[in-house]
Design a protein around this ligand. Structure first.
Ligand SMILES: NC(=O)c1ccc[n+]([C@@H]2O[C@H](COP(=O)([O-])OP(=O)(O)OC[C@H]3O[C@@H](n4cnc5c(N)ncnc54)[C@H](O)[C@@H]3O)[C@@H](O)[C@H]2O)c1
Length: 359
């Protein structure tokens, strides 16, 4: 089996999750280089994970190393420039969410991918557990029937102290609040199951946290299929949960977890007379939890078979367009259709468009 050489850029909190999940892949990947501008963090990380080559800047690492995959674990405001630097040298990039701060930045990354020959994948690890895969396989199956209604709740709690990290809570560095940084995990999973959305009506507000961004947003999303979902993204919720509910014609499918799920976190309730869906659902469960290891394995599988590694820019773009539309609808107090936010729109250039109403 091939061993992939990995470079990690940004050795903060999430980098340890990447390193631990790479370790779980038992020899399929090894970290050959790490980059951080903070020498102390770099040393602690590289010592902990026995990383041989350490760099204080990305360009020097790119001059001297040739990793198979570069994991971008830097704050969101650096994703575009770091991705472009890697892609323009033909490297494959596995970038933490959000993939970019705006639709404009994502388009720049897409152009660099096309020109450089490398591939760009976004970390949206909740698409990859066997529960999500099982449900995606059943969408369109007459035993499940049409999707009708959905609920997508990211009800998390982040105290004021969480925002002491300088890049958090600011439009210029984080790109947005819980819509871009937290709920995006859940509504990315929602979209990966229900497919293309067509219109959103939303509210966003800042109620309590010392941020420039929102700390709460709520949206009603209509899909091409006609299904309608409510989406709430909160950092103000003492009983924390990540909850998705899908009401199809013949069954309700629910997922409740916080930061990662196993098969047992899903449940299916068949409508009267439709018990056959329960067996169909269970057949798809293979015990794979959601998490970075599951997605990284999928990325390496794709690279081995020559396929685009998931989640591709096209797939991530639908999620980013929904984030942009939630802000646009909330700030302009109007419904926003998919495809409406294009170059020239203030919400294409930045998620807060021409400015948050509370600024
Ligand atoms: N997928 C998930 O579940 C998940 C969870 C948490 C965070 N994240 C994402 O991971 C990213 C990083 O978050 P974090 O919490 O690890 O942040 P962090 O602040 O803990 O770490 C970021 C690191 O990047 C380093 N850095 C800053 N500028 C750099 C530069 N120019 N070159 C190299 N390194 C540089 C910092 O010194 C720091 O060590 C964010 O995009 C965040 O949204 C994803």
């Amino acid at each position: 089996m091939r061993t992939f050489d990995i470079a990690i850029v940004g050795t903060g909190a999430i980098a340890d999750v990447h390193a631990e999940n790479l370790r779980q892949l038992a020899g399929r990947a090894k970290i050959v280089a790490a980059v951080d501008v903070d020498a102390g963090r770099l040393a602690v990380f590289a010592d902990r994970w026995s990383v041989p080559n350490r760099y204080s800047d990305l360009d020097t690492m790119l001059d001297r190393e040739s990793p198979d995959v570069i994991h971008l674990c830097t704050p969101p405001w650096l994703h575009r420039d770091h991705a472009v630097a890697c892609l323009s040298r033909g490297h494959t990039v596995f970038c933490e969410k959000p993939p970019a701060q705006s639709l404009a930045h994502l388009a720049t990354i897409k152009a660099a991918e096309r020109a450089g020959g490398g591939r760009f994948a976004t970390v949206f690890q909740h698409r990859f557990g066997s529960g999500a895969r099982s449900l995606r396989r059943l969408v369109g199956d007459p035993r499940l029937g049409r999707p009708m209604a959905a609920v997508c709740n990211t009800l998390w709690l982040r105290p004021d102290a969480y925002f002491a990290v300088p890049w958090r809570g600011r439009w210029e560095t984080e790109g947005g609040g819980p819509t871009m940084g937290h709920g995006i995990h859940q509504f990315d999973l929602l979209l990966s199951i229900l497919g293309s959305w067509r219109e959103v009506v939303a509210v966003a507000t800042r109620l309590a946290r010392p941020t420039a961004t929102e700390d709460l947003s709520c949206a009603i999303v209509t899909f091409d299929s006609g299904a309608v979902a409510t989406v709430i993204n909160s950092l103000l919720s003492p009983r924390q949960t990540s909850y998705l509910r899908f009401d199809f014609e013949h069954a309700t499918v629910e997922l409740e977890h916080l930061y990662g799920y196993a098969d047992a976190d899903w449940s299916v309730t068949a409508a009267p007379g439709h018990d056959e869906i329960t067996a169909a659902w269970t057949e798809g469960l293979t015990g794979q939890p959601s998490g970075h290891a599951t997605q990284i394995a999928a990325v390496l599988d794709a690279l081995e078979s020559g396929d685009p590694p998931p989640v591709t820019i096209t797939d991530a773009a639908m999620t980013m367009e929904l984030a942009a539309a939630i802000y646009a609808s909330a700030f302009t107090r109007a419904p926003v259709a998919r495809g409406e936010i294009v170059m020239g729109s203030p919400f294409y250039a930045r998620m807060n468009g021409s400015g948050a109403p509370w600024a």
